[in-house]
Design a protein around this ligand. Structure first.
Ligand SMILES: Cc1cc2nc3c(=O)[nH]c(=O)nc-3n(C[C@H](O)[C@H](O)[C@H](O)COP(=O)(O)OP(=O)(O)OC[C@H]3O[C@@H](n4cnc5c(N)ncnc54)[C@H](O)[C@@H]3O)c2cc1C
Length: 378
């Protein structure tokens, strides 16, 4: 952050950094090859206090706030491993339960999310629709005291590991957005639930982004998020600013890390008898990159401060996501160029940073949708 970090957060940062250096960095390549971060790593992260870092202590969390999630995202960005879907688990799925869940639901699920026994996913996107959430076809029909859930989801982060899936489904198919509800599906032993392919991607190689199939999966009526049905769209809309801010934080963390890697490389590498850093082109490219990164950092920090103050509105969060992810792609592409051929080699972190950046303009609402949202507010 540009503002000095309070001591407590600095201690948290050090302990997260130690955990990631010891338990994640040595294994990244293996997990990328296997397209998944193993479940035991989630349990280790739980024991180290990384999961539920911002959850209240009464629900098994560490009692932090969004700043603690920011530190975790920044540290994952520093090691170029945003593949690990802990931010989605911690700062997207858990807050839905915390904000809209009943006390019984919070006590049932949050402590297990904090320990890593439950891994969360959010399943909105379907093969036929992504941007237009109200067009989802997955249906949840009330039969007695249970919902019967049928439908398909795709591109779901943590899709292979997740055993607590927050699913968007139509509880009133005759209505558009007003007929959507969110339900928690506990998948362990759930008849009718199957996982499809763990999808091959151009980046985020260690993230188990997957297809999910629901064929008359029975879910207790008490797993509906909130007290009444058909509130899902409102709940999604209220949580979106935080989700988009998370993407912006991921972007600035990746930008800063990419800049550090690139500076170290060009100050070492020689061509034509000089350090690559001494070419005027390199200096100008990096001067521009550093400036854009700093401007992005200031804006993202501003948005974090607004969010902590509960004043981050939907269009400003959309601006943060749009700006930061565009800048991330532009600048990291220029950084990679300065590595020459080595930048294209998977053994160099910049190669992963470049490939991982691309999806940031797509998920969480595409950048075109961000522009629509911003334009509506003008
Ligand atoms: C790695 C990865 C992880 C993901 N994780 C999750 C997850 O955990 N949970 C989940 O639910 N989803 C997830 N997604 C899905 C993601 O949110 C969607 O891919 C995204 O919302 C876009 O939807 P779509 O792919 O169906 O594209 P479409 O909606 O079909 O869009 C296609 C193109 O049309 C453009 N477009 C659409 N509507 C408009 C419009 N009104 N105006 C202008 N242009 C428009 C889009 O911008 C895009 O360029 C993930 C995706 C990826 C790639």
């Amino acid at each position: 952050m540009t503002i000095p970090e309070p001591e407590e957060l600095a201690i948290v940062r050090t302990s997260i950094r130690r955990f990631l250096e010891a338990e994640v960095v040595p294994h990244r390549d293996r997990w990328r090859a296997g397209k998944c971060v193993p479940k035991e790593v989630w349990l280790k992260a739980g024991r180290a206090g990384l999961l539920g870092i911002s959850l209240p202590e009464q629900y098994g969390g560490a009692g932090g706030d969004f700043r603690h999630e920011v530190v975790l995202i920044e540290e994952l960005g520093r090691i170029g491993f945003a593949d690990f879907g802990v931010s989605l688990h911690n700062a997207i799925v858990a807050p839905y339960i915390l904000h809209y869940g009943s006390e019984e639901q919070r006590r049932r699920w949050l402590p297990k999310m904090a320990s890593g026994e439950l891994i969360g996913a959010l399943a909105m996107t379907e093969p036929g629709t992504g941007s237009d959430v109200q067009a989802i076809k997955t249906a949840a029909r009330l039969k007695g005291n249970r919902y019967s859930v049928s439908g398909q989801k795709t591109f779901i982060t943590n899709g292979q590991n997740a055993n607590l899936i927050l699913i968007a489904a139509k509880t009133d198919p005759a209505q558009g957005a007003k007929g959507v509800s969110l339900l928690l599906v506990e998948t362990d032993g759930a008849a009718g639930f199957t996982r499809g392919r763990n999808l091959d991607k151009i980046g985020f190689k260690a993230q188990d982004t997957s297809e999910l199939f629901f064929d008359e999966v029975f879910v207790p009526a008490g797993n509906l998020l909130g007290t009444e049905a058909n509130q899902g769209f409102v709940q999604l809309m209220q949580q979106l600013p935080q989700e988009r801010l998370i993407i912006a934080v991921q972007a600035i963390a990746a930008l800063e890390a990419a800049l550090d890697h690139t500076l170290a490389y060009v100050k070492e590498r020689e061509a034509f008898g000089r350090k690559v850093f001494e070419f005027q082109n390199t200096r100008f490219v990096l001067a521009q990159a550093a400036t854009e990164t700093k401007v992005t950092r200031v804006f993202v920090d501003h948005c974090i401060a607004l969010h902590l103050d509960r004043r981050l509105d939907v269009p400003t969060a959309a601006m943060a996501k749009l700006w930061a992810s565009d800048c991330q792609n532009r600048v990291i592409d220029q950084c990679l160029q300065l590595f020459g051929g080595y930048g294209y080699m998977a053994e160099y972190p910049i190669a992963h940073m470049w490939a991982d950046a691309r999806v940031q303009k797509i998920y969480g609402g595409t950048n075109e949708i961000m522009k629509e949202i911003i334009a509506r507010s003008l």
